[in-house]
Design a protein around this ligand. Structure first.
Ligand SMILES: [Zn+2]
Length: 296
């Protein structure tokens, strides 16, 4: 069976919509996945699972069904089975494949194919995840700036403000929840080879000793950006789940942009505060930033 790639409205901030049910697929564990033509639900991405799934409800013929998870599914060029998450053998966006938002139900919804579903995302949870995700991108920019003096040479990749892109060069994992974004950076040999130093230099102490000062510099920058109430938007080249979207934020220092498949605030004034906490592992091999937004 071939299904079209799902059209998504979450990049613009939508939390509700209506669409035709195209298919229902049984999943492992007695669960079922409902596929619609379009949806406001943000699914967990199988390639870069940073932002957790939206939860909510799907209402068909007056019957409300709880969406207990939301996953990325894919169907290969020859049709066949819907593959889910880690079982998908290609990277997100492979143009030969169809990419589907799977609304996961705990039980069989019965014969609902062809019916119209009203889709409603848990807006409170979405808002909290969007705040954490916006905080994650701002942390990246502020951390890149604070660590810029520690690069002994140009690593060949810089962020929107021209600072060496520590965030993307050292990133091991990035995970958001409704409370915070946790970004883990690996300070290994390959980062050193690219020119980063965690050791003391003429202008700075060893990274471990510099942490309080770095944390303060990052938090000062984040506070300034929140106070500036900078506008945030997602550039959407097309309605498909797999379109290459870009996060834009008009910060006082200039326009920042980062490729991103998630959801975000509309402006930073939706936050009362954004603070990060930096921790270095005992052996110095891992830097972790936990960035907490407090909503206004
Ligand atoms: Zn992102």
């Amino acid at each position: 069976m071939t299904l079209p790639t799902t059209h998504v409205s979450f990049p613009a901030g939508a939390v509700a919509g209506e669409s035709t049910v195209l298919a229902v697929h049984p999943l492992d564990g007695g669960r079922y996945a409902v596929v619609t033509g379009a949806t406001p639900f943000h699914p967990l991405d199988h390639t870069w699972p940073d932002q957790p799934a939206d939860l909510g409800t799907l209402t068909v013929d007056g019957v409300e069904l709880a969406v207990v998870d939301c996953l990325t599914g894919a169907v290969g060029p020859d049709g066949g089975a819907v593959l889910v998450g880690a079982d998908i053998p290609v990277r997100r966006g492979d143009e030969e494949w169809s990419w589907l938002v799977l609304h996961v139900l705990a039980a069989d919804p019965g014969d609902i194919v062809g019916r119209t579903a009203a889709l409603a995302v848990d807006a409170g949870r979405r808002g909290a995840l969007s705040a954490s995700h916006s905080g994650c991108h701002l942390l990246a920019l502020a951390l890149n700036e604070a660590l810029a003096p520690r690069w002994r040479k140009d690593p060949g990749r810089s962020d929107a403000f021209g600072h060496p892109d520590f965030d993307s060069l050292a990133m091991a994992s990035s995970v958001m929840d409704t409370e915070a974004s946790t970004d883990t950076y690996r300070l290994g040999k390959s980062l050193r080879k690219k020119g980063f130093t965690a050791e003391a230099g003429e202008e700075f102490p060893a990274l471990a000793d510099a942490l309080p000062e770095l944390t303060e510099a990052v938090n000062r920058r984040l506070a300034g950006w929140v106070a500036a109430d900078a506008r945030v938007r997602i550039d959407v080249p097309g309605p498909e789940l797999t379109a290459r979207r870009e996060w834009h934020c008009e910060l006082p220092e200039g326009a920042a942009r980062i490729f991103c498949g998630g959801t975000h605030l509309h402006h930073l004034g939706e936050l009362a505060e954004l603070r990060t906490e930096l921790r270095l592992s005992d052996d110095g091999s891992e830097l972790v930033a936990v960035t907490r937004p407090k909503r206004a």
